[in-house]
Design a protein around this ligand. Structure first.
Ligand SMILES: *Cc1c(COP(=O)(O)O)cnc(C)c1O
Length: 365
């Protein structure tokens, strides 16, 4: 047997994550100018980053010959002040993806199970499978999480339940009181990972405070990111909030320097840039209205979304995606999520949304 055949079967069975196509790659493939390409494929912030954050990045560059603070004191202190949690309730990650991986590594393994919903974020099955645990996929309800079915799927082997709220790629949203009631029913020896990557985009009527639940539910781990509303996707910074005991376990399996010095400094600055966050929120609302009005005008069905993206039914998703790529527009086909008739489109600048809406009928043929 060859070396690679001897890797564990659960590793060999992993199908890799498929990211949005980079602008530079499409430019090479189609012979297009990079500047002419519109990318609405990875739920990035079309405004870029705020001025305060840019200044923090520039000053952090002066010190990049040094290792980062492996304990991330400055950013944790900023999070402590912002959210009123204790320092030992915070773990930092190389993106929140890292937090999901840490949770899987700390609590899963062969002969254990993790539960997640159909059409939920692709990293849950990936992180689960990488530990050798069994992934239990629960059927969706109107493309969202069916919490009762997820409760019913719990067995003595269940160690982790992953919930994304809002969910990616469907944008579906669970009201806070439903999640709170769910937490009250999950056995306290099962970790609930509540992935709030898009929480900053929730409307005032949708907001809820999961952090306030931590004192009642020591088996709750909240995961958040600086990649979306804060615009730092390229720097890879996320964080987890949980009970001190859970956070301590995650820190044991964390790489000593998993967040870069530039990322730490940028995130600490971004956290208090309320003006940038407010502008990002407002742009997203306006862009969501623009795209969904465009879909209505074209007679297309879409799934109401609480995130910074919206999923639209186009028929043959792969074919329409090709038609968009030929016009220099990158969106995300989601056949890998079991939704081959749909495309996920990130909310862009008004001009980018317009480019997409003009290209869409051409691609639909
Ligand atoms: C984008 C996303 C993340 C994580 O992104 P990071 O860049 O790793 O922080 C996590 N969960 C969901 C549901 C996402 O869509």
């Amino acid at each position: 047997m060859s070396l690679c055949d001897l890797a564990p079967a659960y590793i060999r069975a992993i199908s890799p994550y498929q990211p949005g196509k980079p602008i530079s790659e499409l430019a090479r493939e189609m012979g297009l100018e990079e500047a002419s390409i519109v990318k609405l494929a990875s739920n990035e912030n079309p405004l870029g980053i705020g001025e305060q954050t840019r200044a923090a990045i520039e000053s952090a560059l002066a010190d990049i010959a040094r290792y980062p603070d492996g304990n991330g004191f400055e950013l944790k202190d900023a999070l402590r002040r912002r959210y009123g949690v204790a320092m030992d309730q915070i773990v930092l990650g190389n993106g929140s993806n890292d937090i999901l991986e840490l949770a899987a590594r700390a609590f899963l393994g062969p002969d254990r199970e993790a539960i997640y919903a159909r059409h939920a974020f692709a990293v849950y099955p990936l992180a689960t499978q990488a530990t050798g645990a069994r992934g239990v996929e629960v059927p969706a309800q109107d493309f969202g999480h069916d919490l009762d079915a997820m409760l019913a799927a719990i067995t003595p082997l269940t160690r982790v339940i992953f919930i994304a709220n809002p969910n990616n790629p469907t944008g579906t949203f669970l009201p806070g009181d439903r999640i709170e009631a769910f937490l009250g029913k999950v056995p306290d020896d099962v970790l609930v990972v509540l992935d709030e990557a898009y929480t900053e985009y929730l409307g005032p009527e949708q907001r809820y405070d999961a952090i306030a639940w931590l004192s009642r539910f020591p088996n709750l781990l909240i995961s958040r990111t600086f990649s979306k509303a804060y615009g730092l996707a390229g720097l890879r910074v996320g964080y987890g909030l949980g009970s001190a005991a859970v956070i301590d376990l995650l820190n044991r399996v964390r790489q000593p320097f998993n967040v870069t010095s530039v990322g730490l400094a940028a995130a600490a600055a971004a956290l208090f840039d309320d003006d940038f966050l407010a502008r990002s929120y407002a742009l997203n609302r306006a862009g969501m209205a623009q795209l969904t009005a465009g879909f209505t005008a074209l007679g297309l069905e879409w799934i109401p979304s609480a995130g910074n993206f919206v999923t639209v039914k186009v028929g043959n998703g792969a074919k329409v995606n090709q038609g968009l790529l030929r016009q220099g527009v990158i969106v995300r086909p989601i056949g890998g999520y079991g939704m081959p008739e749909w495309l996920r489109v990130s909310i862009g600048l008004e001009s980018e949304n317009t480019r997409f809406l003009e290209a869409l009928p051409v691609a639909l043929g």
